[in-house]
Design a binder for this molecule. Structure first.
Ligand code: NDP
Length: 312
């Protein structure tokens, strides 16, 4: 096994890249493993209008490319692999294993593994996965140009994706399980003002139907119990996310839903030298800017740790 690295960053969303920028500029020679979804959730977002410094907005993938370039400019080594194993060591460097089987020792580990899309859990969702079922309108909406689609969810993600789909598709059926939406007022207003989005209140999905590909969705009204079949070719799920923290189960403290727990006012986990940033530890704010902020904090916490231990 090679000499321990000062700092390994796991994940490549705004948290990971920001941690990398700070760590590289502090001469920590960080190595960043991108994970399975390089760039994270912003890769499947269109306009980011609320990140300070972009008065005209910026496309999510462009922002991630910029962050990656900025991290590389200061010497971050970026490896396009995911980490499959994590073995903490209270005495010394921690051990990580990459998908290739390579074992990596690291004095500090910054976790920025983010969160992934949640699914409804109905069997037909799996049957038609990538055959009309998708959790990413921006990735797959293009395939449904000029067609009718349905989208489940009522948060900001669902609203944003419904609006995106409304520009490509003939009609967007938005399936909302309650009689109100969770999305912010401005997003709700935009959805309600869009002619080709039809909101189905109190409506849940029974099953997705079709032969080889999606041809419709059976839905029911949970108040009136009425059922109906919507003729749609695409079925989008936008019901929230799950933190990508399974790798750390049994080692790092996490809450009931899997979000990593950090010491108040810091990014320190319960294991020395291991820091958590971004959506993997944030069930509340979950914004690109807050993820970037905690990525910065994690790099500063890691630098202090390395200095205190006399490693740098
Ligand atoms: P949220 O958790 O905010 O919303 C999830 C939505 O999915 C809720 O409306 C929920 O319904 C619904 N839902 C959950 N499970 C089911 C189910 N089994 N069947 C039907 N509906 C279901 O997740 P989001 O991903 O929308 O947003 C996460 C965070 O990211 C939020 O803080 C949001 O503000 C932020 N965000 C901000 C954006 C921006 O500013 N541009 C863009 C996207 C997200 P119910 O309401 O009934 O619980």
């Amino acid at each position: 096994m090679s000499t321990p690295l000062n700092c390994v960053i796991v994940g490549s969303g705004p948290a990971g890249y920001t941690a990398a920028i700070y760590a590289a500029r502090a001469n920590m020679n960080p190595v960043l493993y991108t994970g399975k979804e390089p760039g994270g959730q912003l890769m499947i977002t269109t306009d980011v209008e609320n990140f300070p410094g972009y008065p005209q907005g910026v496309m999510g993938p462009q922002m991630m490319e910029d962050l990656k370039n900025q991290a590389e400019r200061f010497g971050t080594k970026i490896i396009s692999e995911f980490i499959t194993d994590f073995d903490h060591n209270t005495e010394g460097p921690h051990k990580l294993t990459s998908e290739t089987g390579e074992e990596i020792l690291a004095h500090t580990v910054i976790i920025s593994t983010g969160a992934s899309a949640k699914w409804l859990g109905i069997p037909s969702e799996q049957t038609f996965m990538n055959k009309g079922v998708s959790a990413c309108a921006v990735c797959d909406g293009f395939f449904f140009r000029g067609m009718d689609v349905a989208i489940v969810g009522a948060g900001d993600s669902a609203a944003e994706e419904a609006l995106y789909l409304s520009k490509l598709c003939t009609k967007v059926h938005m399936l909302v399980r309650r009689d109100e939406m969770r999305a912010s007022k401005i997003m709700q207003e935009r959805v309600l003002a869009t002619d080709n989005i039809e909101i189905h209140w109190n409506t849940e999905t029974d099953e997705i139907i079709g032969d080889d590909e999606v041809e419709g969705v059976k839905v029911f009204n949970n108040k009136t119990k009425e059922t109906q079949t919507l003729d749609v070719k695409g079925f989008f799920v936008a019901i929230g996310h799950k933190p990508n923290t399974d790798l750390f189960k049994g080692t790092l403290d996490m809450d009931d839903t899997g979000y990593l727990v950090t010491k108040p006012g810091s990014t320190k986990t319960n294991v020395e030298g291991v820091f958590a940033s971004g959506d993997a530890q944030d069930s509340v704010y979950r914004q690109a800017i807050t993820a970037a902020g905690t990525g910065c904090m994690a790099a500063l916490d890691a630098e202090r740790y390395l200095t205190e231990k006399g490693i740098i």
